[in-house]
Design a protein around this ligand. Structure first.
Ligand SMILES: *Cc1c(COP(=O)(O)O)cnc(C)c1O
Length: 469
């Protein structure tokens, strides 16, 4: 499989190089040159497979030529073996034909484990084969950081630097990062917001001289391998609910457009999906595009669903590329005008096409709390605030009660006690056994100013197992 850049100027790469690439050299994102397409019979034959075996079948075409089947199978079995629920991604029913796909049974209790547990193992495999070391610099609004650290902490050949916005992640989220020690693990709290952190990561890809020749790898969802891993659970959920004979709808709490883009790909790969609902919080650039053809940057608001507090959705560029007939020059132009003027609209027929593909809703904090309380009352299930946004959007945007509606349950409620408390649900939250002593553990973290040079200097001072590069 070959991968091409959304801006049309960077060289095409194979899977191994795309895994290690992050942003393309032209500033674009990598996408598969041709998407695999499965027949209905083929998909139907996967019913009942264990998660890791389904994962092998769905992802195999993406890694062909880079990872032999036997090795890939072994990696996947290990990856999904660390999840604490036998079903890996169980479905829980909330209402008639309404389901939550629980994606929070991995080590850090959010869906990001699905991709980052795999990414760490893939990096280990590829780097050992090549005899190469790399540096990861990643930005997190809360959940990516811990999932990346958990996924890469055992990697011999990776030094990992995670930037999080100082005092803007929940205490559980922070402690899940800062209590993991290792000479290759570095937590940096930036005196700024998530977009500042993300900008620094992007700038570091654009000019890598501070790394003195060491390769920089991305753990954010600009890394294709993350999107790839997330395609699998759409197939998994649909197969549990009678797919592909029957089509299924999904409501996806989203910020960076990563998780929902994986759903869009699953549909293009042959999975019958009826509705794909983009569910955002008050930071609603995606909803404003879907409902009014305005992709315009606005002020960032801190919400009860911090993992979706972002102004600009990186992966949206991958959708725009398809909407524009895969014309890289057109995307480079759009992204340029976004950078200059902070926004754009697309031509009417392209927007109409987007409207056919997605429904959308923005949900504020008050509605989030109402939904948590309502679902708890109706079912006894406690939702995290991100999942609650997905449920609210599903209930508002749903077109047919006959088609199963699956809401992606992106995090465990214990990660977001503030929202649960505000919702007035009087249920005590308990950390799972493997995190029971989280609040007693020592923390390690460096606070740095919102300054690219300071961050890059820190990385080059510590990028080789804590020693200078
Ligand atoms: C990251 C995250 C999201 C948003 O995912 P995207 O891929 O950015 O759309 C939603 N919910 C939770 C809990 C997250 O950690």
């Amino acid at each position: 499989m070959r991968y091409i850049s959304t801006r049309g100027q960077a060289p095409a790469l194979n899977f191994e190089d795309v895994l290690l690439a992050g942003l393309a050299t032209d500033g674009g994102l990598y996408v598969p040159e041709n998407l695999p397409r499965f027949t209905q019979e083929e998909i139907a034959s996967w019913a009942g497979l264990p998660y890791h075996e389904l994962a092998f079948r769905v992802m195999r075409p993406f890694v062909t030529g880079s990872i032999p089947d036997a090795d890939f199978k072994k990696i996947l079995e290990e990856t999904y073996g660390v999840f604490s629920h036998n079903a890996v991604a169980p479905l829980r029913q909330l209402n008639g034909n309404e389901w939550v796909l629980e994606l929070f049974h991995g080590p850090t209790l959010a869906f990001k484990d699905f991709a980052l547990q795999l990414l760490g193992r893939l990096l280990d495999y590829v780097l050992e084969k090549r005899g190469e070391r790399v540096v990861i610099v990643g930005a997190t609004s809360g959940d990516t950081g811990s999932a990346a650290i958990e996924g890469c902490k055992h990697c011999e050949n990776v030094d990992i630097f995670i930037l999080h916005p100082h005092n803007r992640v929940s205490e559980v989220q922070r402690r899940q990062m800062t209590t993991i020690f290792g000479e290759n693990i570095h937590n940096i709290a930036i005196e700024g917001n998530f977009d500042d952190c993300q900008e620094m990561v992007k700038a570091s890809f654009a000019d890598q001289s501070f790394l003195k020749g060491t390769r920089l790898v991305a753990v954010n969802s600009i890394n294709w391998a993350r999107i790839m891993a997330q395609i699998v659970y759409y197939f998994h959920a649909a197969l549990q609910l009678g797919g592909p004979a029957r089509s299924v709808s999904f409501s996806v709490p989203t910020g960076n457009f990563g998780d929902i883009f994986a759903g869009y790909l699953a549909r293009n790969m042959g999975l019958p999906i009826n509705q794909l609902i983009v569910a955002t919080n008050r930071n609603d650039i995606l909803h404003r595009f879907m409902s009014g053809n305005q992709y315009v940057k606005e002020t960032l608001h801190a919400t009860l669903s911090p993992s979706m507090d972002i102004m600009v959705s990186s992966n949206f560029e991958r959708l725009l590329f398809d909407l524009h007939g895969r014309n890289g020059a057109a995307i480079a132009g759009l992204m340029d005008s976004f950078k200059q003027g902070g926004g754009f609209s697309v031509e009417q027929e392209r927007w109409t096409e987007a409207r056919k593909l997605f429904d959308s809703l923005a949900v504020d904090d008050a509605q989030t709390c109402e939904t948590i309380a309502e679902v708890y009352e109706q079912t006894g299930e406690l939702l995290d605030p991100h999942t609650a946004i997905g449920v609210k959007a599903a209930r508002e945007c749903r077109r047919s009660l006959d088609i199963p509606m699956v809401i992606l349950g992106t995090a465990h409620p214990v990660k977001f006690p503030d929202a649960v408390e505000k919702a007035g649900v009087g249920k005590a939250l308990e950390l799972p056994v493997h995190l029971a002593d989280l609040f007693k553990r020592d923390e390690r973290c460096t606070v740095l100013p919102n300054d690219l040079k300071a961050v890059q200097a820190f990385v080059s001072q510590h990028g080789n197992r804590g020693k200078p590069l």
